[in-house]
Ligand binder design. Structure first.
Ligand SMILES: [Zn+2]
Length: 243
């Protein structure tokens, strides 16, 4: 059967100019109740205090906003095959959420407009982490329930391929969160194992289902493997000199 092509067009800021807006509490003072007396009537403070209504405090949660960020288009699913894993394992607090958005862009359209709530980002990351953890332990459906989970909405299309007359079955993720969900879904159904890189400690997948790294891989990338080999060589050289 033909594998669907999963795409996501998204934006990030290479200048890393997304910024944090701390929680803001706005006090809307209570208003005196209109009593309907003439304008000449005066009330004592203590009497007024009992007649106030409608006072409330608005809480604008901590957000990550675009600010001066200059957006550059990219395709996250092609560029970062392990994006969902990075999201699930790296994002755990405000600082790491901001770091993630500055590296890969916000999760949803809101991130380009009024900003994305940090609490929402952390909630999504925690869910992804729970799902990956349960898949690793082999008890995914203890977490999901026997009916599984509807992860997200995507656009499904049949579009013209590069060869004339050939069509491509394409699934489009409308935002980064959806792209992460799609990646996560594929991972949860595969046999690949989640590991931590021996050099950079970053998460990576290896084994069947990934198709890129061998089952016994200990480094996340060629870059980390080469760097580790170079370190080893240098250590050996220094050890020789020391003798
Ligand atoms: Zn690494």
């Amino acid at each position: 059967m033909t594998q669907p092509l999963v795409v996501c067009d998204w934006w990030k800021d290479p200048g890393r100019r997304f910024k944090l807006v701390p929680e803001k509490r706005i006090k809307h003072p209570p208003k005196p109740i209109e009593l309907g007396f003439g304008s000449g009537v005066r009330y004592s403070r203590s009497l007024l205090a009992g007649l106030l209504q409608g006072g409330y405090e608005e809480v604008q949660p901590e957000r990550i906003v675009r600010g001066e960020a200059q957006l550059q288009p990219y395709r996250p699913l092609e560029k970062y095959p392990d994006l969902a894993l990075r999201f699930a394992t790296v994002v755990r607090d405000t600082k790491s959420a901001l770091e993630f958005v500055n590296t890969y862009g916000p999760l949803t359209e809101a991130g380009f407009k009024d900003g994305e709530t940090v609490a929402d980002i952390l909630r999504h990351a925690a869910t992804a982490k729970t799902l990956i953890g349960s898949a690793q332990r082999g008890d995914l459906f203890t977490v999901l329930g026997e009916n599984g989970i509807t992860m997200t909405a995507v656009k499904v299309e049949v579009v013209p391929g590069e060869t004339a007359g050939k069509a491509i079955f394409q699934i489009t993720a409308n935002d980064l969160l959806t792209a992460i969900c799609v990646q996560l879904g594929l991972y949860l159904c595969g046999d690949a194992k989640l590991k931590s890189c021996k050099r950079c400690a970053g998460p990576f997948l290896s084994g069947p289902g990934d198709g890129k790294l061998k089952a016994d891989a200990v480094y996340c990338s060629v870059k980390c493997r080469t760097a580790a080999n170079n370190d080893l060589k240098r250590e050996r050289r220094l050890a020789k000199k020391g003798k």
